[in-house]
Unconditional design. Structure first.
Length: 86
């Protein structure tokens, strides 16, 4: 099914998405970490929960695999090491 939706606002920053949802401007897709207090307080509610798979692992997106700066390489290696322990 295709659904055309007119939108008055488009956001891509979690803090602004949360504020928009709290203001009743529409649905947002955020990590539970960003909205856990609002969910617990009843200010926000989950919708389409059956369509949202659990996400319990770290993810890191970065451009390319060549010439990764040393600090980023150190972070990647640390994340991999922590992930192996869990």
């Amino acid at each position: 099914m295709t659904l055309e939706v007119e939108s008055a606002i488009t956001l891509d920053e979690p803090h602004l998405l949360r504020k928009a949802a709290l203001a009743g401007l529409g649905l947002v897709y955020l990590s539970e970490y960003d909205v856990e207090a609002d969910l617990a307080a009843g200010r926000l509610e989950r919708v389409l929960e059956d369509w949202t798979p659990p996400f319990d692992r770290l993810a890191l997106y970065y451009p390319g695999r060549r010439h990764v700066p040393a600090p980023l390489r150190a972070l990647i290696d640390m994340i991999k090491q922590v992930d192996r322990k869990t």
